[in-house]
Design a protein around this ligand. Structure first.
Ligand SMILES: CC(C)(COP(=O)(O)OP(=O)(O)OC[C@H]1O[C@@H](n2cnc3c(N)ncnc32)[C@H](O)[C@@H]1OP(=O)(O)O)[C@@H](O)C(=O)NCCC(=O)NCCS
Length: 181
């Protein structure tokens, strides 16, 4: 697999989004998103994220050779609206997990998630030579499931009472997409 590219370098572009390396300058914005109660529910986060914890998370991500962390910029105004990342890269099985967050709620439901995920999947298949990319989604998040399905992911399995959220156990599912050779 290729070495990681420098921060803030543009990796790929679609009609409406740019994926670039996340930098320290983006940190506080991303922390604010993670501390938004609605976003937090969907990313399975219960405690507020402190500055110190957030910086440690970022350092760990950038140093981990099995993580590619992208900032998603809305292309027209080059405004940072979220993040998408490939993690748990497994070079033997050629698979990785994908996670995504459109942090700015004004951009929800407008196709930005679909474009960013499709671009990251393309990067994973074409640049990292992956065979499969998968995602975990909670049952309280039909938008995310619909978005992954719109990108070509299919449900590989339902996860019964996998998550404890808001005082009860809820289901989840794993979705995956396989590279078409
Ligand atoms: C989940 C998230 C990334 C989706 O991105 P988005 O930009 O809001 O979603 P999109 O507008 O790209 O949705 C794309 C597709 O999902 C489908 N979709 C959207 N909302 C849906 C809903 N409520 N139910 C079912 N499907 C839905 C649509 O069919 C759409 O497909 P189309 O473009 O072919 O019509 C974004 O809402 C987000 O970051 N939410 C908070 C954090 C989060 O949930 N992260 C994911 C954790 S697994």
């Amino acid at each position: 697999m290729p070495k990681k590219l420098p921060d803030s370098l543009v990796f790929t572009m679609t009609d409406r989004v740019v994926l670039r390396g996340m930098t320290k300058a983006d940190l506080e914005r991303v922390r604010t998103w993670g501390n938004d109660s609605e976003v937090a529910t969907f990313i399975d986060r219960v405690r507020p994220i402190s500055e110190v914890e957030h910086e440690k998370w970022f350092e760990k991500m950038v140093q981990d050779p099995n993580v590619y962390l992208f900032a998603i910029d809305e292309k027209e105004n080059r405004q940072h609206i979220g993040n998408v990342w490939l993690c748990n890269l497994d070079s033997r099985h050629r698979r990785a997990e994908i996670r995504v967050m459109i942090g700015d709620r004004n951009y929800w439901g407008k196709g930005f998630g679909r474009e960013a995920v499709s671009a990251a999947v393309h990067f994973g298949f074409e640049k990292l030579n992956l065979h499969k990319i998968y995602a975990y989604v909670l049952s309280n998040n039909p938008r995310s499931k619909g978005m992954f399905e719109a990108c070509g992911f299919i449900v590989e399995g339902n996860l019964k009472e996998e998550y404890f959220a808001d005082g009860s156990y809820i289901d989840g599912c794993r979705l995956g997409i396989i590279r078409k050779e």
